[in-house]
Design a protein around this ligand. Structure first.
Ligand SMILES: *Cc1c(COP(=O)(O)O)cnc(C)c1O
Length: 476
């Protein structure tokens, strides 16, 4: 067989990847019909289901294709009908994600046109869109024009990116790491510790700063610790504050921490993965005073902008420092240099990446900011309502919530056992999903309101579940 014949033979099969117009329409309609149906069904589905996976684990891709109808059945049963369902407003566990539908449309547009958003040269428009989103996030944070950032897959990579910038731009390396000090509270998110290990920062002097009774960093204690460490010959170089901790939703005193950092030339990083985007609400904005004085901040649009998983952001007040940390030259990239708009590949870890700006840009423009502001304020008010009602039922609660996370447990005289049993009963019920945590050795049930489909109706169901589970737990 001639080379040409071989090519033609294999071409027939290869062409199957290029789905034709009729098939595209058919497949797209099957997919959207499924999604429409699933979202409608979700209204009456439990939020948490502990069901077995039947087909998926036995399936491997075969040599010939299968029908989408069959694959959608598997997706429905084995993926979408077990675990936590974030398309219901009953998701009140961890930090709930939701996934607005208009972001999914944007994802479809982004993936089907597959613009390369890593470097400006290959898609100036995609990069301009990303930079525009970064600029908008900088604006709402109160960062200056020189600030820059990167859209990441989430908060963990955003923290890693910020801390690498802090490390490199503060001149921390193997020769001085053991005399360099980092400060945070015990409520800092575990992704920060992961980042420490990735970056070698776990070898620094790690200082746990005490908290005030509302689980906020004690800035007076921080000031004293920094002064003491300087006297001991250490170099304090990084303070990590939280704008909304995962356990309790607490916001550290950002302005006071910024005072300490400015006075001592310390990099101030704010982990706002969960909380920082609440700054969009005018009513809540004052809580974040001082965030604009930080050196870096992270936030998760896949949490507090209700977008699908895989959307995080890191912002660096002096954007130059981000570019200096992450731009590397390579000869095979020579065509791409010298563009006006900074490329995402020069401001983060990834080169090739999902074109994730689209899933932010489209919904923000389609819905307008007021809708997002209203959702954020509503979630905070709903959390306050839950906190008041659950307190009125006689449960011990934490302090009044700063944002949209609160917690409750049977009062002091009871042991952890009854609270664990209560958690189990709530999971078995499943109409809404709560998660739990340990604080100071005590078992707490958490309620985190951040799904765009959570409204007063869902919170009333949640309270009804709590009442019913409480009766059962007390009977046993
Ligand atoms: C969720 C969260 C993170 C981690 O973000 P991912 O998007 O899950 O990687 C970091 N910090 C805080 C405070 C968070 O709530």
């Amino acid at each position: 067989m001639s080379l040409e014949e071989q090519i033609r033979n294999v071409e027939r099969e290869a062409r199957q990847l290029d789905t034709g117009l009729e098939d595209r329409r058919h497949l797209a309609s099957l997919a959207t019909t499924y999604v429409d149906d699933f979202i409608e069904r979700s209204k009456s589905l439990r939020t948490f289901v502990d069901a077995p996976i039947e087909h998926l684990k036995k399936m491997m891709p075969g040599e010939t294709g299968e029908r989408l109808e069959h694959l959608l059945d598997v997706i429905d049963r084995d993926v979408n009908l077990n675990g936590i369902n974030p398309t219901t407003g009953g998701h009140l566990g961890y930090v709930p994600g939701s996934g607005i539908w208009t972001s999914a449309i944007a994802d479809f547009l982004a993936a089907a046109t597959n613009r390369y958003s890593g470097v400006s040269y290959s898609s100036p428009g995609a990069v301009a869109m990303e930079n525009q989103m970064i600029r908008w996030l900088c604006n709402i944070t109160g960062y200056p024009a020189k600030a820059h950032g990167n859209l990441t897959s989430g908060g963990s990579i955003a923290n890693l990116t910020a801390l690498q910038t802090a490390r490199d731009q503060s001149g921390i390396n193997s020769s001085n790491i053991r005399s360099s000090a980092i400060y945070f509270t015990e409520q800092v998110h575990h992704s920060v510790h992961k980042a420490f290990h990735t970056l070698g920062l776990h070898e620094a002097v790690l200082r746990t700063v005490p908290m005030t009774d509302r689980f906020r960093m004690d800035a007076t204690a921080l000031r004293a610790m920094v002064a003491n460490d300087i006297r001991q010959g250490l170099r304090p170089f990084l303070v990590i504050g939280s704008a909304g901790t995962t356990d309790t939703g607490a916001i550290d005193p950002l302005d006071e921490i910024a005072d300490v950092c400015e006075a001592n030339n310390i990099w101030f990083h704010v982990d706002g993965a969960y909380g920082a985007l609440f700054i969009l609400s005018d009513e809540l904005k004052p809580k974040f005073k001082g965030i604009e004085r930080s050196d870096s901040v992270i936030m998760d649009p896949h949490k507090s902008l209700f977008m699908p998983y895989g959307t995080g952001a890191v912002l660096i007040r002096e954007g130059e420092k981000l570019l200096r940390t992450f731009s590397h030259q390579a000869s095979y990239m020579q065509d791409t240099y010298g563009m006006e708009d900074p490329s995402p590949a020069d401001s983060g870890l990834e080169l090739t990446r999902h074109f994730r700006a689209m899933r932010m840009w489209l919904p923000l423009h389609l819905h307008g900011l007021n809708t997002f502001r209203a959702n954020l304020l509503e979630k905070v008010l709903l959390c306050r309502y839950f906190y008041e009602q659950v307190g009125a039922l006689g449960f011990e609660t934490g302090p009044a919530p700063d944002l949209s996370i609160t917690r409750f447990r049977f009062p002091e005289q009871n042991t952890n056992d009854i609270n664990q049993q209560m958690m189990k009963l709530l999971h078995e019920d499943g109409r809404c999903f709560f998660s739990s945590t340990m604080i100071d050795g005590k078992f707490w049930i958490r309620c985190a309101v951040l799904n765009f489909r959570t409204h007063l109706q869902q919170i009333e169901v949640a309270l009804q579940m709590v009442r019913e589970a409480r009766e059962k737990a007390l009977k046993n």
